[in-house]
Ligand binder design. Structure first.
Ligand code: FE2
Length: 644
């Protein structure tokens, strides 16, 4: 019994028929080994999934059924329609900022552990294809406990945040201005405390490590094969000849598929903020990389602009010129990664998936499949909007673009978003990176994608025997239509489906959602502290303009360009909290409080769980032999929802 008053959580009520116990009733809390529900005992399951408080509570039996099955029973049909109306009342769409995916309007007050977020009042709300009425509605009764952080989870996050603040103060990370020397930086940041962050301290200036981070770092989603130089990046063969060596040429290497590009064009011209009265700076670089005969991905040319004119830096430019060029690329990499693959592709898209899913009846098979992947997503996003994105929040304190630039960058990312980039096999093909050696993210992501795809196939096969069953499920079509409308704002160029007509289309869409809410978020979230704790490897802001000539690059300029100790501390405190799941972790496949109550889907889930365990063993064995392991997609470390 808790010493702190809290509500009682009820997952479900199971009513067993007159044949009594021991004839196949099974344990309703079992996580789905598939062997417990095969008997003939009449049994009905009433999912609750909410905190029980005083008052009237109405539960409906919710064996997973499509609308076609429900339509045959007038009473079930009426219940289903009533439930749908209630859910659509409780889970409403709301805009946040122009060009952004929409969000949940607000948590019902009884579920929100602190006051609802302050309205940001965007100047002109986005206009999706079929907007819902923006008129405020009275609070609705709570429907799902998975919207609220329980008390222990809240306390865990608060305690970790407080401890992080204390560590930052003890390291002396509270002053403005510049670092006096690298010794000062080493003294403050030199022992970041995790094996990978210690590796970063040792190797941050190595070109091979710089390249490796595109494959197995915290944002392994940007690298693209380059068979022809973009017209705004005029690298000449003599510039890179000293790096490539005597027996080849840039043209030959491109034709051989060994040249790659990292393009930060999305950052071009973003507004930047001021911190402590100081302007902050940003550039949108282009970085060319080469896969060497020793199978190492090496940077060979960097231009700190999308427009030809500034110098193109190469490794032979002297230690500070090349180091400064790489520093600017890493600063751009951090901003792009945090705002687009992390916040947009993971957090805010996951929220649209969760809102649309919560608006489905609890008995819909898609609702039951996806519910574990919605856990805590609303709440962590409310926390992000309240403490990161709010005016004067951590994004204003610790990043070059601040809140204003972030609003613009996420809007650009939303406009540029494609279905292809969220579907792992398509993404690898599209970026031309299917055969790059030592691309651990790709190897792990493809395996996990395959496992999730099998899970989705198994569930779809049970509830949708024919393609026409998919096409005729009007609840499903509303669900995918809402995601198209509110996630990508009805942008047909995104390639997102606005309707699903076949079983393979549905399987792919479900796989994309589950992967984005679990493995993709883990890939861009869990390594944040590892790779940014040594700030020179991942600066959140830069305090001097990019060097206009190679000659002006000096050690003094590099030190003056780095973020101040105070900005470094603000970012470190945040990353040391959000890089790790707090409270009670729910690894991929755990499906704690399994919504499916029948044996067939639970057997599919059990098979999925076994496959995930096999993947975990393979990744663990691989990592044991690596100097720099890639642990972020080890399934026990992958949470099944965006919860931190
Ligand atoms: Fe996150």
């Amino acid at each position: 019994m808790s010493l702190v008053p809290d509500r009682w959580f009820c997952a479900r009520v199971t009513v067993t028929g007159p044949l009594g116990e021991g004839e196949g009733g099974g344990d309703p809390e079992d996580n789905g080994d598939g062997d417990d529900d095969d008997g003939d005992t009449p049994k009905a399951t009433f999912p609750c999934y909410r905190w029980l408080e005083s008052g009237h509570l109405e539960l409906r039996e919710a064996t997973a059924r499509t609308p076609r099955e429900v339509a045959l029973d007038p009473q079930l049909l009426q219940q289903r329609q009533e439930e749908r109306r209630e859910r659509q009342e409780a889970f409403q769409w709301a805009p946040y900022a122009p060009g952004w995916p929409w969000r949940l309007r607000a948590l019902p007050p009884t579920l929100c552990p602190w006051p609802p977020p302050r309205p940001v009042s965007p100047a002109s709300p986005v206009s999706p294809v079929s907007p819902v009425s923006p008129a405020p509605r009275p609070p609705s009764p709570p429907l799902s406990p998975s919207l609220a952080f329980p008390l222990g989870h809240r306390a865990s996050i608060a305690a970790r945040a407080a401890a992080a603040q204390v560590r930052v103060r003890l390291r002396g990370l509270h002053g403005g201005g510049s670092w006096r020397s690298f010794d000062d930086i080493r003294e403050a940041l030199g022992c970041p405390g995790t094996p990978i962050s210690e590796y970063v301290v040792q190797h941050w200036q190595d070109d091979a490590f710089f390249g490796e981070q595109y494959l197995s770092g915290v944002n392994p989603l940007l690298l693209r094969r380059c068979s022809r130089l973009p017209p705004n990046f005029p690298v000449t063969p003599p510039m890179v000849a000293p790096t490539l060596g005597p027996d080849t040429s840039l043209q030959r290497e491109m034709e051989g598929g060994r040249v790659f590009l990292a393009d930060y064009a999305l950052l071009e011209g973003l507004p930047t903020g001021r911190l402590g009265g100081e302007p902050q700076f940003l550039c949108a670089p282009l970085c060319l990389l080469w896969l060497s005969p020793r199978q190492r991905l090496l940077p060979i040319a960097i231009q700190l602009s999308q427009h030809p004119g500034p110098p193109i830096f190469v490794p032979g430019d002297g230690p500070w010129g090349w180091a400064l060029a790489k520093l600017w690329v890493r600063g751009a990499h951090f901003l792009l990664h945090e705002m687009v693959p992390h916040l947009l592709h993971s957090h805010f898209l996951a929220e649209t998936f969760a809102v649309a899913t919560q608006r489905l009846p609890a008995g819909h098979p898609i609702h039951q499949l996806l519910l574990p992947h919605c856990r805590f997503t609303f709440h962590i996003n409310i926390l992000a909007r309240d403490t990161l994105l709010n005016p004067g929040g951590i994004i204003d304190q610790a990043t070059a673009i601040g809140r204003e630039g972030t609003l613009e960058l996420v809007a650009r990312g939303t406009a540029a978003l494609t279905y292809t980039e969220l579907c792992v096999p398509d993404d690898m093909e599209n970026r031309g990176v299917t055969d790059v050696p030592n691309y651990h993210y790709r190897d792990d992501a493809l395996e996990i994608w395959g496992a999730i795809e099998s899970l989705a196939e198994g569930i779809v096969a049970i509830y949708y025997p024919k393609d026409s069953d998919v096409a005729e499920d009007h609840e499903l079509q509303d669900w995918v239509g809402e995601i198209f409308t509110y996630a990508v704002l009805g942008n047909e160029k995104s390639g997102f489906p606005s309707k699903l007509c076949t079983r393979p289309e549905l399987v792919k869409f479900l796989t994309m959602i589950i992967f984005c809410c679990s493995a993709r978020h883990a890939a861009v979230n869990s390594g944040q502290y590892d790779y940014a704790a040594w700030m020179p490897n991942t600066p959140g802001m830069l305090r001097r303009p990019p060097p206009a000539t190679k000659e002006e690059a000096t050690a003094e300029l590099l030190l003056a360009t780095l973020p101040s100790p105070q900005a470094t501390g603000a970012l470190l405190a945040l990353l040391s909290v959000v890089s790790y799941e707090g409270g009670e972790p729910r690894p991929l496949g755990s499906r704690w409080q399994e919504p499916f109550s029948e044996a067939p889907p639970r057997r599919v889930v059990a098979t999925f769980r076994r496959r995930v365990a096999t993947i975990a063993r393979r990744i663990r064995r691989r990592n044991e032999g690596l100097a720099l392991p890639y642990p972020y997609l080890e399934p026990p470390l992958v949470q099944e929802s965006v919860a931190i």
